[in-house]
Each structure stands twice: as C-alpha cells, then as structure tokens.
Write a protein that binds this ligand. Structure first.
Ligand code: APR
Length: 178
C-alpha cells in the first residue's frame, strides 16, 4: 500500500528491513546501542561489526532520540538507531516518546541530506507496545513530518509479518490519509 503526502511517498510493505535499499534504515535499539535481539540483532548480524564499532562511540541513546551510524554491509548506506518506549500501560508518556522516536529519526536523516528512510514497527516487539496503538502514533507522526519537510521523499514501513502489515494498513485508512 502506498499514499502520497505532499510530494513524498508513504509506503507499507511486508519484509525484512535488512534488505531495504533506502538511504537509511531505522533500528529499534535499546538505550545502550550495544545490540540486542529482534530487528536490532538482525541489523547488526546483516550489517557486520562496523555498525557496533560506531555505536560504541555514541555513548548510548535516550528513549525518543535517534543517532546515525554507517550501514556497514547492508544495502542501506546508513542505520539510524532510535529507542522506542517500553510499554507500561500508556500513562508514562509512551505515545509521546514513540512519536519522538519517529520524528527524531527523520530529523537525523534530513540533517544528513538523506531522502528515503525505512522504519520497522518500533516498540511493538520486546517493548510490548500494542501494535494497533503504535501504528496510529507512528503513521500520524510520520505523516505530520512529511507534510512540513519535503526534503524527505519516501518513507517505508517494513512490517515483519502479514498480520502486522494489516494492522498498519487499517491504521492508515482510519486516520484518513489514504
Ligand atoms: N525486519 C523488520 N522488522 C523486524 C525484523 C526485521 N528483520 N525483525 C523483527 N522485526 C519486527 C518485530 O516483529 C516487531 O514488529 O520489529 C518490530 C520491533 O520488535 P523488536 O525488534 O523486539 O523491537 P522493540 O519492540 O522496539 O524492542 C527493542 O528489543 O531487540 C531488542 O535491543 C532491542 O532492547 C531492544 C528491544
């Protein structure tokens, strides 16, 4: 599924984000930036040690912030590491931190002059954020950013499973962007 927002394309697809050829792919990291499981593990495995070597020099990352490294052996030139909120029931600013993770990732991409970014479904795995809620926050934050920053030309959400893709497609329709 793909829609236009201004001149930008917002695309939803199922796949493995380590295979994406966007200028940057976003990693759902933890605040140490020293690797983990899930998509974090997949990106470090596929991208090789150069990514972790750069991560070590970044001094970690706050939830809601984002930092850039090389893409190593990945098809993508860069990895933008961001830290989503751990779900604690929704009354600990989880929506705000999740929106910030998406916004800051796009700001970091723009500052580097990148035009295309691919996101995983941040915080909806180990961090337990209910995916229906996360999808609405994510798509709203990205759409708002694209409306005011034409420098970013393409954002792709790469969902690891078909059910996850369906949740994002329903969310996109329900926030009237499609
Ligand atoms: N490509 C795309 N999406 C993927 C991939 C992949 N190769 N592998 C996993 N995912 C999906 C998961 O299915 C989930 O929908 O990424 C989403 C985010 O799940 P996690 O990777 O568990 O990330 P998150 O919930 O943000 O938890 C972050 O987990 O791996 C650790 O170091 C990480 O501590 C941090 C925590």
């Amino acid at each position: 599924m793909e829609i236009q927002i201004g001149r930008a394309a917002l695309q939803l697809k199922q796949g493995d984000i380590t295979r994406e050829t966007a200028d940057a792919i976003v990693n759902a990291a933890n605040s140490s930036l020293l690797g983990g499981g899930g998509v974090d593990g997949a990106i470090h495995r596929a991208g090789g040690p150069a990514i972790l070597e750069e991560c070590r020099r970044l001094g970690g990352c706050e939830p809601g912030d984002a930092k850039l490294t090389t893409g190593g052996k990945l098809p993508a030139r860069y990895v933008i590491h961001t830290v989503g909120p751990i779900w604690h029931g929704g009354r600990s600013r989880e929506p705000e931190i999740l929106a910030s993770a998406y916004r800051r990732s796009l700001e970091v991409a723009m500052a580097k002059g990148l035009r295309s970014v691919a996101f995983p479904s941040i915080s909806t795995g180990a961090y337990g954020y209910p995916i229906e809620k996360a999808a609405r926050v994510a798509l709203t934050a990205v759409a708002e950013f694209l409306q005011s920053h034409p420098e970013i030309e393409r954002v792709t959400f790469v969902l690891f499973s078909s059910p996850d893709l369906q949740v994002y497609e329903a969310a996109l329709q329900s926030i009237h962007l499609s």
